[in-house]
Design a binder for this molecule. Structure first.
Ligand code: ZN
Length: 242
């Protein structure tokens, strides 16, 4: 089975559509959370996700805060303003969909979560020590995460030491007998100085994992954000990738 793995779409339908076109044919979609928040198209992103017959989607901190299931005071001023705006846009159907998203899910040999297996909604996995201490918090061979908006992998080597792997554009990887934590990067708001949308593809039979990047029309998204009067820093960061 060929699976599209996405995370942190953040209400950016232009980036998500570019990913869908670039990915080609796939059998299922796995989404690691934060469908909404920051961007101008929350309902469109929820609707696009709901259309997939084979879809697994985890709830992220922005998904839960946008519908009032998490307090907004845990977010900085700009994120909070965008979440308040998002809340006003969401249809009852979108709210229900986001409300129903689980914090974590398991489908052997994968665990799916937004931030980390230890703290699904909040923890950022960006370095080996933090990742190392998370391997005890899931039982499957692999754990797929998002949240940091950075394409990255952590693997446990033969000596049980956690090693960081930073993929370059179009890196392929074979998921072998080592336990791993993998992040496909962010579709709608990458934070690794590369503004292109990030995503992954996995072949669940051969266990081939691929990180990919695709350009999209950032300017069009920025103009929709200006029309919605979303914070200017959130508009700027899309073209710079931070
Ligand atoms: Zn996010």
């Amino acid at each position: 089975m060929r699976v599209l793995v996405v995370s942190d779409i953040h209400a950016n339908i232009t980036a998500f559509d570019a990913v869908l076109e670039d990915a080609g044919v796939f059998d299922a979609v796995w989404c690691l959370g934060d469908l909404v928040g920051y961007g101008p198209d929350p309902n469109e992103c929820v609707e696009r996700m709901r259309e997939f017959p084979e879809m697994l989607c985890i709830g992220g901190n922005h998904d839960k805060a946008a519908i009032g299931d998490l307090p907004l005071d845990a977010f900085n001023g700009e994120a909070r303003r965008a979440l308040e705006w998002t809340h006003r846009q969401l249809t009852p159907e979108s709210i229900q969909f986001l409300h129903d998203l689980p914090e974590q899910s398991v489908r052997e040999p994968y665990t799916f979560t937004h931030g980390s297996p230890r703290r699904p909604l909040w923890e950022y996995l960006l370095d080996a020590p933090k990742a190392q201490s998370n391997f005890a918090s899931f039982n499957t061979m692999y754990c797929l995460v998002g949240h940091s908006h950075v394409a990255i992998a952590f693997l446990l080597n033969e000596r049980n030491r956690c090693v960081t792997y930073l993929p370059s554009h179009s890196s392929s990887f074979h998921l072998g007998y080592q336990r791993m934590i993998l992040n496909p990067g962010s579709v709608g708001q990458p934070r690794d100085q590369d503004p292109r949308a990030a995503y992954s593809l996995i072949d669940t039979d051969s266990l081939g994992w691929e990180w990919r990047r695709v350009e999209y029309d950032v300017g069009i998204v920025q103009s929709r954000m200006r029309l919605a009067d979303l914070p200017s820093r959130l508009i700027l960061r899309l073209e710079e990738g931070w």
